[in-house]
Design a protein around this ligand. Structure first.
Ligand SMILES: Nc1ncnc2c1ncn2[C@@H]1O[C@H](COP(=O)(O)OP(=O)(O)OP(=O)(O)O)[C@@H](O)[C@H]1O
Length: 455
C-alpha cells in the first residue's frame, strides 16, 4: 500500500518540477540560462557547498510535502509577509482589471497569516456589493484560492485572502474531552481555524452520495459525546438504509430506528415528550437548559428522504412528516434538535426543508441544488457546492449564523474504528427500545410509539 503511494507522490513531484522549469524557461529564458550558468560555476568551485545547499532544499521540500501542517506553522509567517508585499504591489492594477478602479485605494494590511486580511478604501460612489460581485475576478487577479469580502466601517471594505487550501489535507474528527452547550467543533474552516457548528438550530446536511455527510454527522455526534455520557444529551438515531451508518456507533444512542415504523414511533414519542415539556414550561421557562433530569434530545437522521419520500407506505410517511414538522417548528426552545443528512434537496423530496435553520452544503450536483440548500445570495458570493472536488469528501460551505458571506469548511474524518471506540467510551447511560407503530388502515388506529428502558 505504501509503495504505490510513495511512487505516485514522486511521479507527481517530478511532473511538477518539469512543468515549472518548462514554464520558467518559456517566460524568462535569460534568467534561467544565467541561473544554470551560476549553478555550474558554483558546482565547479565548491561542490560540497552546492551539495549541502541542495540537500537542505530537498529536505525542506520533503518536510513541506510530508508534514505540511508543521511546515506551514514554521514557514507561514515569512510566506505571509512576502505575499502581503506582492498583493500591495499589484493592488491598484488588480482593481483596474476587475472594474473596481480607485485612484487612492489606501490599502492597509490587518493580518498576514494564515490568511491575508486587508482593508481597502472605497472610491466615491463605490459599494461593498460591487466588490462582492467582482470577488471571483479579484481572487484570480491576486492568485488566491479563497476570498471573502466584508464591509469594514462606513468607507472601507475588508478583504480576506487565502493562498493555499488547508482543507485539501484530510484530518481526523475531533473528540472533545469536555462538552459545550452552544456549539461543537466539527472540523476546520478555510483559514485553518475551527469550524464550530451551533447545536441549537436544526441542521440539514445536503450532499450527493460519497460527499462525506457521514463525517459531518459523526463529528457532530462526537462533539456531543461528553454530554451524552453525562446524561445531559440524549441522541435518537434514525437510519432507514438498514442502519449501516448509525449502528456503527450504537452506544451513543438512546433510541435507534432502522425501519419506517420504528422511525415514526420514535418521532411520535419525541413529540409526546416535547408537548409534555412545553406544558410543564408554560409561563415559567422560555429556554431549555440541558440537565440530567431534562436532557437535550437530538434526533440524528441519516437519509431524510427515506423517511419523507421513498416509502411505499403513504400513511407511515405522512405520520413521519407530521411528527418531524412538529419537532422542527416547536422543538428548539424546549430542547429538541434535529440534524438530518440528505442527498436530494428538492422540496418535493423534503417538504420540511424550509424548517431547517442551519444548512451545510457539501458536494452537490448542480448550481440549482446549491441554491436550494444555501440560497441564491450565498451561491453568488462563491458557495459553489457543485464545483467541490470529489477528491475532497467532507468539504462544503456554510452560511454563518450571524449572516455574512458563506464559509468553506471541511469536517474531520471519522473512521469506523474511531466511531466504535468513541461510542464505547462515551456510551449513553439510558437506552430505550421503541416499539414500532402499526398502521392497520389509512388514517386510523394511531398507536403512538411506546418505549421501554433497557439500560
Ligand atoms: N472528512 C473526510 N476526510 C477524508 N475522507 C472522507 C471524509 N469524509 C468522508 N471521507 C471518505 O469519503 C467516503 C464517502 O463518505 P461518506 O460515506 O461519509 O459519504 P456520504 O455522503 O455519507 O455517502 P452516502 O450518501 O452514499 O452514504 C468515505 O468512505 C471516506 O473514505
Amino acid at each position: 500500500m505504501t509503495l504505490p503511494k510513495t511512487a505516485a507522490t514522486a511521479w507527481s513531484e517530478a511532473r511538477f518540477w518539469v512543468v515549472l522549469l518548462t514554464r520558467l524557461t518559456g517566460r524568462f529564458p535569460g534568467h534561467v540560462v544565467v541561473a544554470l550558468a551560476l549553478a555550474w560555476i558554483a558546482w565547479a568551485l565548491a561542490p560540497v557547498t552546492v551539495a549541502l545547499a541542495a540537500s537542505v532544499a530537498i529536505s525542506v521540500r520533503i518536510w513541506m510535502l510530508r508534514w505540511p501542517l508543521g511546515y506551514w506553522r514554521a514557514a507561514g509567517p515569512v510566506v505571509g509577509r512576502c505575499r502581503a508585499g506582492a498583493v500591495r504591489r499589484c493592488w491598484g492594477e488588480s482593481l483596474d482589471a476587475c472594474g473596481l478602479t480607485n485612484d487612492r485605494p489606501l490599502l492597509r494590511v490587518l493580518a498576514r497569516w494564515p490568511r491575508l486580511v486587508i482593508r481597502s478604501r472605497l472610491a466615491s460612489g463605490q459599494t461593498v456589493t460591487e466588490f462582492e460581485e467582482r470577488a471571483e475576478a479579484l481572487r484570480s487577479c491576486v492568485g488566491a484560492t479563497q476570498i471573502r469580502i466584508e464591509p469594514d466601517g462606513v468607507r472601507d471594505v475588508r478583504i480576506s485572502l487565502a493562498f493555499a487550501d488547508v482543507l485539501d489535507l484530510p484530518f481526523a474528527a475531533n473528540v472533545p474531552a469536555h462538552g459545550s452547550d452552544d456549539a461543537v467543533i466539527v472540523g476546520r474552516q478555510w483559514d485553518g481555524s475551527d469550524w464550530a457548528l451551533p447545536i441549537g438550530p436544526h441542521t440539514l446536511v445536503a450532499g450527493c452520495s460519497g460527499s462525506g455527510k457521514g463525517s459531518v454527522l459523526w463529528s457532530f455526534v462526537f462533539g456531543l459525546a461528553p454530554a451524552v455520557r453525562d446524561g445531559r444529551v440524549q441522541l435518537h438515531g434514525i437510519d432507514l438504509k438498514g442502519g449501516m451508518e448509525i449502528l456503527m456507533g450504537r452506544g451513543f444512542f438512546t433510541t435507534l430506528a432502522t425501519s419506517q415504523a420504528e422511525a415514526v414511533a420514535s418521532l411520535e414519542l419525541l413529540v409526546d415528550w416535547l408537548q409534555a415539556r412545553t406544558r410543564q414550561y408554560a409561563g415559567r421557562v422560555r429556554s431549555h437548559q440541558a440537565s440530567e433530569t431534562e436532557p437535550l434530545h437530538v434526533v440524528v437522521i441519516d437519509e431524510l428522504a427515506a423517511l419523507t419520500a421513498y416509502s411505499t407506505d403513504r400513511e407511515l410517511q405522512r405520520r413521519g412528516e407530521v411528527a418531524l414538522s412538529i419537532l422542527l417548528s416547536q422543538g428548539r426552545a424546549p430542547g429538541f434538535v434535529v440534524l438530518a443528512c440528505l442527498q436530494d434537496p428538492r422540496k418535493d423530496v423534503v417538504p420540511t426543508r424550509g424548517l431547517f435553520t442551519q444548512m451545510v452544503g457539501l458536494r452537490l450536483k448542480d448550481d440549482s441544488e446549491s441554491t436550494m440548500v444555501l440560497g441564491e445570495a450565498a451561491v453568488q458570493a462563491g458557495a459553489h457546492c457543485h464545483r467541490l472536488s470529489r477528491e475532497l469528501p467532507g468539504t462544503g460551505y456554510v452560511v454563518p449564523e450571524s449572516g455574512g458571506p458563506p464559509v468553506k469548511v471541511r469536517a474531520g474524518y471519522a473512521s469506523d474504528d474511531l466511531i466504535r471506540e468513541t461510542a464505547a467510551e462515551f456510551a449513553t447511560p439510558t437506552t430505550l427500545s421503541v416499539l414500532p407503530v402499526r398502521v392497520e388502515s389509512a388514517g386510523r388506529n394511531r398507536r403512538p410509539g411506546r418505549a421501554t428502558e433497557t439500560r
